[in-house]
Design a protein around this ligand. Structure first.
Ligand code: NAD
Length: 341
């Protein structure tokens, strides 16, 4: 097992990569524990849950709402939970985002940790302390920064993740390589076939390298006032694609990265060869690089981006593979690239 530390403003987080799922109880410091999970994860792994209270939420992006958070609060009250309780989110990015938010706000905050069960969640969603839900069509617009005390990443649970959801995790791994580590990107170009077949050594290395990249950035800029924004590469277009098309987050980010790479080329930063490398790696990883999307609807969704400042959006561009920069881009220019697409 390898551990990586994040020092948050409100508390620290230890990410344990290669730790066994059921060992999470070693890291729970109190007796009263409530698990938040979804029916798919419970279906596969409930027999490995210790005898704690369990709250089940639904599945999919449509449950990432305040209604689901309210359901969790109601269940906690019903269990007579108090501030001494500890919450463990066991699931993918959706369970972790919701459980982290519910724990951070119930009784002004109870302690919490995650057992992260999808590739996307292990390499990205469960790491870094962003917890929140969607509201009125705005993605992740209501939320808090608050670090989980632990994140357990057990690679063996990835075997049961639906194939399409597994591929979504690779999109965020590509993102980490693209913005911060050209060597990791090249490694994935060489080893994508073994990665797709979940070769244990390769997948553990990719999860570890991704978490190293993300946690180093979070340690320097937890509140996303600067450098952390680079981790949104592909996400401005991605979130609007997700909102309009309903495809899973990772697929939308995959298409969003291609568009952002093309914009980086159009702005004179990225060479054509690197745009092609990004497209080709995503295709090799069986991720979409284009989708049939209604452009006007996508533009409307783009205008709802959290990173919008007046007529501009904080946008992540690439200078080369492994080096990202931030620029304010007029929405008009994004509209032009969309229309050309
Ligand atoms: N907080 C952050 O920093 C951050 C970063 C990236 C993404 N996200 C969020 O993460 C979410 C996407 O997360 P996701 O891709 O993990 O989706 P998800 O949580 O919906 O999980 C995908 C599917 O896999 C199932 N599942 C989970 N683990 C399983 C397992 N081990 N075996 C079998 N089935 C399993 C789930 O029930 C679900 O049907 C999005 O809402 C996105 O906004 C958050």
């Amino acid at each position: 097992m390898k551990t990586i530390h994040i020092q948050g403003i409100k508390g620290d987080s230890i990410i344990r990569i290669g730790e066994a799922f059921e060992n999470f109880k070693k890291y729970v410091p109190v007796e009263n524990v409530v698990i938040v999970t979804d029916p798919n994860v419970a279906g596969y792994y409930q027999n490995r849950f210790p005898p704690y209270e369990v709250i089940q939420i639904g599945v999919g992006e449509r449950v990432k709402t305040l209604d689901t958070v309210q359901h969790i609060y109601e269940q906690l009250l019903h269990m007579e939970a108090d501030r001494s309780w500890f919450m463990v989110g066991i699931g993918g990015g959706i369970v972790c985002d919701i459980a982290g938010f519910a724990a951070s706000t119930f009784m002004r905050g109870i302690r919490f940790g995650f057992v992260s069960t999808t590739l996307l969640s292990q390499v990205d969603a469960s790491v870094g302390g962003k917890n929140g839900v969607n509201f009125e069509g705005y993605k992740n617009i209501v939320g808090v920064f608050n670090q989980p005390e632990f994140v357990i990443c057990d690679m063996t649970v990835l075997k049961t993740v639906p194939h399409r959801d597994l591929l979504c995790g690779f999109a965020e791994i590509v993102k980490h390589g693209a913005v911060a580590d050209g060597n990791m990107f090249s490694y994935l170009e060489e080893s994508y076939q073994d990665a797709l077949s979940l070769d244990p050594d390769i997948i553990e290395k990719l999860v570890y390298d991704s978490v190293v990249i993300k946690s180093a950035i979070v340690n320097r800029d937890e509140r996303e006032s600067g450098e952390r924004k680079k981790l949104n590469f592909g996400h401005t277009f991605g979130h609007s694609i997700e909102a309009v098309s309903g495809v899973p987050h990772g697929e939308a980010v995959s298409v969003g990265m291609v568009l952002a790479a093309k914009l980086s080329e159009a702005r004179g930063y990225l060479i054509k060869r690197d745009v092609e490398r990004i497209e080709s790696l995503l295709k090799n990883l069986k991720l979409p690089t284009e989708l049939p999307i209604h452009k006007k609807e996508m533009l409307d969704a783009l205008k709802k981006d959290k990173k919008r400042k007046g007529d501009c959006i904080d946008f992540v561009l690439l200078q080369e593979i492994g080096r990202a920069i931030l620029e304010q881009i007029p929405i008009k220019e994004l509209e032009q690239i969309l229309m050309k697409w």
